[in-house]
Design a protein. Sequence first.
Lengths: 117, 113
Amino acid sequence: AQKITQTQPGMFVQEKEAVTLDCTYDTSDPSYGLFWYKQPSSGEMIFLIYQGSYDQQNATEGRYSLNFQKARKSANLVISASQLGDSAMYFCAMREGPNNAGNMLTFGGGTRLMVKP
Amino acid sequence: ETGVTQTPRHLVMGMTNKKSLKCEQHLGHNAMYWYKQSAKKPLELMFVYNFKEQTENNSVPSRFSPECPNSSHLFLHLHTLQPEDSALYLCASSRDNDNYGYTFGSGTRLTVV
């Protein structure tokens, strides 16, 4: 079974509008972390935002926020005020277990976001 | 620059060649990883090294051979590859209690001809 599912292979959004990228996950471990990364065409994976399973509040980082619904096992990324530079692949990832180095991340299949001028 | 440097950025090799990919980080991280990113497939974990010790080998064929001489350097030695091994190979590093997950390099785009 897929541990991380991103159901939107591609999304369009108008510049300056908000967009939500979906991510659902599957784990039985009570301790886990959820991450979102951006991958522009250059190939580098850029960290955007992190949510821990015990965090009470939704994570926010500038224009990025994470809509964490634990009971539904979803961790959607919300990008506000989209910019042309936001066009890229976006990956949701999960770390199961404590926040120790060496614990691997499992990635979803990604969503390609295209921002229209 | 993220602090994780991968060389070369692009590599074209024949199926009988031997080549190596290099990754280095000077972030003080103690774990390093190789991931493979093929078209239309999720990132696949290949190897994990923690404090220079290999802690994970995700059923990778023996034509891929990792080497981690110290916590700052990671190599992926390639020999007798197949065309289906063509992909973007990403190196990453991390440390304990770091909520930023991994720091990735820019990747090596490998084409096997």
